[in-house]
Design a protein around this ligand. Structure first.
Ligand SMILES: Nc1nc2c([nH]c(=O)n2[C@H]2C[C@H](O)[C@@H](COP(=O)(O)OP(=O)(O)OP(=O)(O)O)O2)c(=O)[nH]1
Length: 138
């Protein structure tokens, strides 16, 4: 059996809004929106990968908060897990440094205004279910 590889996506909240990022590559994903993040490397924890990827891709200092229950299949062998997160005090504002060409902070009413990757839709839905609890207000 092939090992599964976890991709961690950040549900990054700030001021009651959720960050969405538009992919610039590869061509089949470009133009679609995702939760920023990336592959968990061997020996790394998902929350460690999240902090590393958000620093690389967005230039921010993020604090992981809690895992969103669930795991969503991507192209094998990848699976998507999501952690809620917030910006640490003093963090820079996110910028599309790598992998993305646009960012949007979405209010709850705007969450479905962007064209999420198909495989992200159930993960975003699960994230919204948590939003009302621990993440709102951060
Ligand atoms: N980061 C992220 N990747 C996603 C999501 N949904 C989804 O299908 N993917 C796919 C896109 C990629 O094929 C893979 C993660 O790739 P990546 O390019 O973000 O990760 P990475 O920075 O670790 O990759 P690499 O350039 O080091 O190879 O998962 C999502 O919500 N967030």
């Amino acid at each position: 059996m092939t090992e599964r590889i976890v991709v961690v996506g950040a549900a990054l909240f700030d001021g009651g809004r959720l960050l969405a990022a538009r992919r610039s590559a590869p061509p089949d994903l470009a133009g679609r929106w995702e939760l920023p993040g990336g592959k968990v490397e061997p020996g790394e924890r998902p929350e460690g990968a999240l902090v590393r990827e958000l620093r690389e891709e967005l230039g921010v200092d993020a604090e992981p908060l809690a895992p969103v229950p669930g795991e969503w299949p991507l192209r094998p062998p990848y699976v998507l897990q999501v952690w809620t997160a917030r910006l640490r005090p003093g963090s820079a504002a996110p910028a599309p440094l790598q992998d993305h060409d646009a960012l949007r902070w979405l209010t709850p009413a705007e969450v479905w205004d962007v064209d999420w990757l198909d495989q992200d839709v159930p993960a975003v839905r699960a994230t919204l279910a948590r939003w009302a609890t621990e993440a709102r207000g951060s």
